[in-house]
Design a protein around this ligand. Structure first.
Ligand SMILES: Nc1nc2c(ncn2[C@@H]2O[C@H](COP(=O)(O)OP(=O)(O)OP(=O)(O)O)[C@@H](O)[C@H]2O)c(=O)[nH]1
Ligand SMILES: [Mg+2]
Length: 452
């Protein structure tokens, strides 16, 4: 039975609804003109301690996000400020300038690179005479287009409702006038004018459903934990090649596309390392600068696989314009979700596009370079994963009496048994154990830190 969607509350929207524009135009709902790509003016503001290069890079990325959502950048405006204007984010004069540009380039919508408060958004729309959206709305829109699983759809809907609830009034007005566009489609779009209480109820229902799904996931991961297989998670910036790495190593056949946030659901596959050990390798959602907090919260249960992993494979696109900025963004987000203590193995991917990775490898010792597309370096990666996991275990000797088959079974389950011989006292075993297992089996350990 599917826990999401079998509610007594009618669904507030059609969760399977896809984007409204351009390449997603095939699946017409009949409501929206899908042959049309929205024309967008982007606005970026540099505030201390940021500099204008960072704003530029962030705007380039916003243009990519807007493109992924199905719209085109037709103009760009920069401003430097000490702090945001409380009423209009950018100054009033600048807002007039943006309106003039929008008229000149015939834009439908203005997208701001930073999150606007509901009041700022409403004020800006008045001045600009067109929709004012922020980066968060664009990212949520892409997630809404890409969500396909029950859990993914529920997570995205929850994030969208939490973003939209405080903005309900403005959205209702805009929707009745325009009937679609970035930030307005997907969850909630047809009934944003209905009773706010109903949406709040829907939020609670979704939270409840997600908690149930999370319980399922916890049971599954517990079952995995009962095996000796370690858990390894792929993390990294969106489009870095995480899914391609999973496919390359396991023939998982998951979707890997030149498209931001192609992956929203976690996929786990077994992988055998060169030393014979089995690990569970999990691919999950990518990160980006200024990832909306509503999404990070809603994807909490999906991201638990990252927190619970024994090792993170941090996939980096070595050909990206700002490799270090991407690495920092990912590490900050890992800290935000509580995964900063999970050991990290860095992978510089796409070496076929940028073979010049010597500097990167020097700067990040222990990192591996590879091309998931050509397969070059994948053996080095497997060796490195094996080495890292082994370095987290210890070679110990144990002695177990014949009548303790349960202990013997546990050693096999939790560790990697290298040799097992029977003598008059019982079984003598050499095995690799992680610190937790060693603690649990302490009673039977006869020698620690044994040389291989
Ligand atoms: N040239 C080249 N392209 C690659 C390589 N690895 C992945 N790609 C391409 O990069 C794009 C993104 O790859 P994905 O594997 O979908 O990236 P991801 O990190 O899973 O991205 P999201 O799930 O969207 O966050 C695809 O077009 C891949 O074919 C590589 O080693 N070389
Ligand atoms: Mg992916």
């Amino acid at each position: 039975m599917c826990p999401v969607g079998d509610s007594n509350d009618e669904p507030v929207y059609d969760a399977g609804h896809r984007g409204a524009f351009g390449e997603y135009g095939g699946e017409s709902s009949g409501l929206i003109d899908r042959t049309f790509r929205e024309r967008i003016v982007l606005v970026g503001v540099t505030m201390p301690p940021g500099n204008s290069d960072e704003t530029d890079a962030s705007l380039d990325e916003l243009a990519l996000l807007v493109d992924t959502a199905g719209a085109d950048e037709v103009g760009r405006v920069h401003q430097k400020r000490q702090s945001p204007d409380a009423a209009t984010f950018i100054g009033k004069g600048k807002a007039d300038e943006v309106r003039e540009l929008s008229v000149t380039v015939d834009s439908d919508t203005v997208v701001f690179d930073d999150e606007l408060s509901p009041a700022q958004q409403a004020n800006l729309e008045k001045i600009l005479g067109r929709s004012a959206l922020d980066r968060t709305a664009v990212i949520l829109d892409i997630f809404a287009q890409n969500a396909s699983s029950t859990e993914g759809k529920a997570q995205v809907e929850l994030a969208q409702l939490k973003y939209r609830l405080p903005r309900l009034k403005g959205m209702g007005r805009k929707l009745s006038q325009q009937g679609g566009g970035i930030g307005t489609r997907g969850p909630g779009e047809t009934q944003l004018e209905v009773d706010r209480r109903r949406l709040v109820r829907r939020v609670h229902k979704l939270e409840d459903d997600l908690r149930k799904l999370e319980k399922n996931r916890a049971t599954q991961s517990k079952a995995r934990r009962r095996t000796s297989n370690r858990a390894v998670s792929l993390v990294g910036y969106t489009n870095a090649g995480k899914s391609t790495v999973l496919n390359r190593l396991t023939s998982a056949g998951v979707l890997a596309e030149d498209r931001l946030f192609a992956t929203l659901d976690a996929t786990t596959r077994k992988l055998q390392l060169p030393g014979g050990e089995m690990v569970f390798l999990t691919d999950t959602v990518g990160f980006v600068r200024k990832l909306p907090t509503q999404l990070v919260e809603a994807f909490k249960s999906t991201l638990d696989v990252v927190i619970d992993a024994d090792l993170l494979l941090h996939v980096v696109d070595a050909s990206a314009p700002d490799v270090h900025g991407n690495i920092t963004t990912v590490r900050n987000l890992l800290r935000e979700i509580g995964a900063e203590d999970v050991p990290e193995l860095m992978i510089f991917n796409k070496t076929d596009l940028n073979p010049d990775v010597e500097n990167l490898l020097r700067r990040y010792p222990g990192a591996v370079a590879m091309s998931a597309r050509t397969g070059e370096g994948s053996e080095d990666l497997l060796d490195a994963v094996g080495d890292r996991l082994r370095s987290m275990t210890e070679l110990v000797e144990l002695s177990v009496p014949f009548d303790r088959g349960d202990v013997l079974a546990r050693i096999h389950r939790e560790g990697k048994v290298l040799t097992e011989v029977a003598d008059e006292a019982g079984f003598r075993i050499r095995a690799r154990l992680d610190p937790d297992s060693k603690g649990r089996l302490r009673e039977w350990v006869t020698a620690e830190g044994v040389e291989a």
